[in-house]
Design a protein around this ligand. Structure first.
Ligand code: GDP
Ligand code: ADP
Length: 223
């Protein structure tokens, strides 16, 4: 059974929290901060990708870095629940860990683009919560990519070029956050998660709880 968000433990379906944004808006930072806060009880879906590992990234922790032929093999075998080509590289979400986690009532976070989001929403709408992260300005977006200093100049240029098209996808999402102040954006994400966990449709143990609640009244005479 999943961890309760508050109050007595009531059985709940697992959910998938999807974060998307143009490169540099802060989705990786926010995702990592959410995962690191253990009491939130979230697990990261580790994508497979054909892109080069950045200096700060660890294979198997941030991504599974694989070759293109391996990616195509996995994709064609149906091992990925969604996949997309982004900035000239392939990315995909391995199916098994997600299915196992959700079956166990474990909530997951996906850091994926709008194409993958669309595929997941089409397949699992009831169990998906989608958030789009906007930068406060285009100048700040560029400044963040420069400050991150993990990509070559041409790679940054390509990401900035694609940013406008990605930003245009915001209407696809349930929630849209502006990541100006990191702490505030983080608190907003926690608020979204808390509210979504409390949604009636997800709390499959509510009927049993209410039945028990009402049974306590049985036998008592009305005043
Ligand atoms: N569809 C899909 N997109 C992914 C996946 N993993 C990462 N992405 C997206 O691919 C894009 C590029 O990610 P990345 O190379 O880490 O660069 P960043 O956006 O600059 O941090 C981002 O929009 C990610 O959200 C995945 O498994 N599926
Ligand atoms: N609210 C913020 N204010 C200032 N810098 C930020 C903020 N959020 C993220 N950053 C920084 O901006 C850079 C890009 O963030 P990152 O999480 O890697 O973006 P994305 O995953 O969307 O490409 C990183 O260096 C990160 O530390």
């Amino acid at each position: 059974m999943s961890k309760p968000s508050s109050g007595p433990a009531i059985e709940r379906r697992g959910l998938v929290l999807i974060l998307s944004s143009p490169s540099g808006a802060g989705k990786t930072t926010l995702t990592r901060n959410m995962i690191e806060k253990a009491e939130l009880g979230l697990r990261l879906s580790i994508s497979v990708t054909t892109r080069q590992r950045r200096p700060s990234e660890i294979d198997g922790v941030h991504y599974h870095f694989i070759e293109k032929d391996q990616f195509l093999f996995m994709r064609d075998r149906g091992d990925l629940i969604e996949w997309a080509e982004v900035h000239g590289n392939f990315y995909g979400t391995p199916r098994r860990p997600v299915e196992e986690a959700l079956a166990a009532g474990q909530d997951m976070v996906f850091d994926i683009d709008w194409q993958g989001t669309q595929q997941i929403v089409d397949r699992m709408r009831a169990d998906v919560v989608t958030c789009f992260i906007l930068p406060p300005s285009m100048a700040e977006l560029k400044a963040r990519l420069d400050r991150r200093a993990e990509d070559a100049e041409d790679v940054i240029a390509k990401r900035l070029q694609n940013a406008r098209d990605e930003i245009a996808r915001w209407p696809l999402y349930d929630y849209v956050l502006i990541n100006d102040d990191l702490g505030r954006a983080f608190n907003e994400l926690v608020a979204i998660l808390t509210a979504e966990r409390l949604k009636r449709e997800r709390r499959i143990g509510l009927q049993a709880f209410v039945d028990k609640l009402l049974s306590e009244e049985k036998g008592r005479s009305p005043r």
